[in-house]
Design a protein around this ligand. Structure first.
Ligand code: SF4
Length: 171
């Protein structure tokens, strides 16, 4: 046991060193500044999977990893729509998820914004002809901004969030 503890103190972490990414840092800093200017605080995001293949979730989850470290820019994912400013919705809306999406939208306090993230959320993507789908996110709830891509990259998602905050719709 003593050797295991000693080994843990002495050995370097197995993760790779984070390469400097000035573009990402600049993007995050602009997002942080815009969020504080619009809201007076950091931005709270509630992610909703309305029927995706989970490819989009992999990219969204990457934002919270040590590599992208979304929280250093003041952005955070919240568990309840009642604490959210932004609903980040992925996937085509399936019949099974339609009511849950509508109820989540209603439970989010105003002002609120909705992002449809990924080709499926924008226009049903590869599920366009599926009988399981109601349609795009905009067919069910009002959408403020669309982010295309299958899946959209983490940087693309950050650019979309920034575009949302910079748009006149974000009061
Ligand atoms: S956009 Fe692509 S990755 Fe995202 S849910 Fe659709 S098929 Fe999956």
């Amino acid at each position: 046991m003593r050797n295991i503890l000693l080994d843990g103190f002495l050995r370097r972490p197995l993760t790779e060193d984070l390469p400097p990414d000035p573009e990402l840092a600049a993007l995050g800093a602009r997002l942080d500044a815009e969020s504080r200017r619009k809201l007076g605080r950091s931005l709270a995001i509630r992610e909703i999977d309305a029927g995706s293949c989970n490819g989009c979730e992999l990219e969204i989850n990457a934002l919270a990893t040590a590599f992208y470290d979304l929280e250093r820019f003041g952005l955070r994912f919240v568990a309840s729509p009642r604490h959210a400013d932004v609903l980040l919705v992925t996937g085509p809306v399936t019949h099974a998820m339609r009511e849950a999406l509508e109820r989540t939208y209603r439970a989010t306090p105003s002002p609120k914004w909705v992002i449809a993230a990924g080709d499926c959320a924008v226009g049903c993507g590869v599920y366009a002809n599926s009988p399981a789908c109601v349609g795009s996110v905009a067919a069910v709830i009002p959408v403020d901004i669309h982010i295309d891509g299958c899946p959209p990259t983490p940087v693309r998602l950050l650019q979309g969030l920034l575009a949302l905050l910079a748009s006149p719709r974000a009061r």
